[in-house]
Design a protein around this ligand. Structure first.
Ligand SMILES: [Zn+2]
Length: 108
């Protein structure tokens, strides 16, 4: 019998509870992330900007409408990230679990 490698932080599930996203891992670790903070931290290029030829990153102005903080879709990506779909149709941000952990530490 072959045992699967120990995935200490394997993703288990993500659930919206009130105004927070709760992420549970198979080893019992849990992260709680307020949805507005999660959306503002969207790591995609149209939210965070891309470095220009000189390496400067100019953060774009992102208009966030009333539905921008509604989390309507959660797609696990390859066991290492989550892709979120928001109520205003924005769905290009890939949040790695490491990134989500960093965000949850910022919120404490
Ligand atoms: Zn984005």
């Amino acid at each position: 019998m072959i045992h699967a490698p120990c995935m200490a932080s394997a993703f288990a599930q993500a659930t919206v509870i009130g105004n927070e996203l709760a992420i549970a891992f198979a080893d019992g670790e849990e992260l709680y992330l307020p949805l507005p903070m999660l959306r503002r931290a969207c790591p995609c290029a149209s939210c965070q900007g891309e470095p220009d030829a000189l390496g400067r990153v100019v953060k774009p102005v992102v208009e966030l409408g009333p539905r921008a903080f509604d989390l309507v879709k959660i797609d696990p990506i390859g066991g290492y990230a989550l892709q979120f779909g928001w109520g205003d149709g924005h769905a290009t941000g890939l949040y790695s679990f490491d990134y989500l952990r960093q965000l949850s530490l910022l919120g404490e």
